[in-house]
Design a protein around this ligand. Structure first.
Ligand code: CAA
Length: 265
């Protein structure tokens, strides 16, 4: 199915908006519960990169609709493809670029986050979920398996045992179980998911941008290297934070008992 192109943004499967220093990308394919087609992947990447390069933006939100964050990769688009198609197109390869976005991305999840939808939420830096959100990797029911990092990221988040159970059965987790398992940072009433995400993103975007970027990079490094190397990496970035205007401003504001006003440098 081809989605209509928005004449202002040029996008057909997402909407973009800004709230102060927060950039919001909304998945917008309601007829397919925001199924992740190849066009949507390209558009999400383009929008995230543009916000990342925009100096007026300090943090981003990726969200969907009330019914679905995303119900997975687009089954209709994939159904007739063979191995050569998937391999030559490097199908899903575009999603590997999400972790290269340097500013924080919050996933604001209402409704279904299934298959690629769950994987996309986990590709973001953390997840705010509505109380009726549902997470799962149901690919096994389609005769396939996760392909946007689910076997790796879910396992790192929840441990091997639960990851095995979820991926091998396709069982869905409700928001409270997803929170308990470590997939979700915070569960809030469904109607406040986006507002809560905007509030959190606005707070992050009000801080010293270089320190925010450094903290995100250091946390992500924890998944790549051993503890000694990770702490060494953190220490160098911590020391580097003292080369920023924001460190001078943040500490002066504390000592002068006033709000800090960060320049972003
Ligand atoms: N791809 C394409 N279309 C989808 C879709 C998907 N992943 N998920 C839902 N849709 C479409 C449905 O086909 C339906 O379209 P029609 O109205 O034209 O029939 C429409 O969205 C509404 O869906 P339902 O009628 O099924 O809505 P529901 O409320 O009864 O059920 C649901 C909701 C449980 C999420 C169900 O739609 C569902 O199970 N979806 C598929 C979930 C899934 O298997 N996801 C994994 C995809 S594979 C993958 O993601 C691989 C990977 O690792 C990246």
């Amino acid at each position: 199915m081809t989605d209509a192109v928005n004449q202002t943004t040029g996008y057909s499967s997402i909407k973009i908006e800004t709230r102060g220093r927060v950039g919001i990308v909304t998945l917008d394919r309601p007829k397919t519960l925001n199924a992740l087609c190849a066009t949507l992947a390209e558009e999400v990447l383009q929008a995230l990169k543009e916000f990342d390069n925009n100096p007026t933006i300090g943090a981003m939100i990726l969200t969907g609709s009330e019914k679905a964050f995303a119900a997975g990769a687009d089954i209709k688009e994939m159904a007739e493809k063979g191995f050569s198609d998937m391999f030559i197109e490097d199908y899903f390869g575009a999603w590997d670029e999400v972790p290269r976005v340097r500013k924080p991305i919050i996933a604001a999840v209402s409704g279904f986050a299934l298959g690629g939808g769950c994987e996309l939420a986990m590709l973001c830096d953390f997840i705010i979920a509505g109380e009726n959100a549902k997470f799962g990797q149901p690919e096994i029911k389609l005769g396939i398996m996760p392909g946007i990092g689910g076997t790796q990221r879910l396992t790192r988040l929840v441990g091997k045992s639960l990851a095995m159970e979820l991926i091998l059965t396709g069982r869905m987790l409700k928001a409270d179980e997803a929170k308990q398992a470590g997939i979700v940072a915070r569960v809030v009433p469904d109607e406040s998911v986006l507002d809560t995400a905007i509030e959190i993103a606005s707070t992050i975007a009000s801080y010293n941008l270089p320190a925010v970027l450094m903290a995100k990079e250091a946390i992500n490094r924890a998944e790549e290297v051993g503890l000694t190397e990770g702490v060494r990496f953190e220490r160098r970035l911590f020391q580097a934070a003292f080369a920023t205007e924001g460190q001078k401003e943040g500490m002066a504001a504390f000592l002068e008992k006033r709000e800090a006003n960060f320049s972003g440098r």
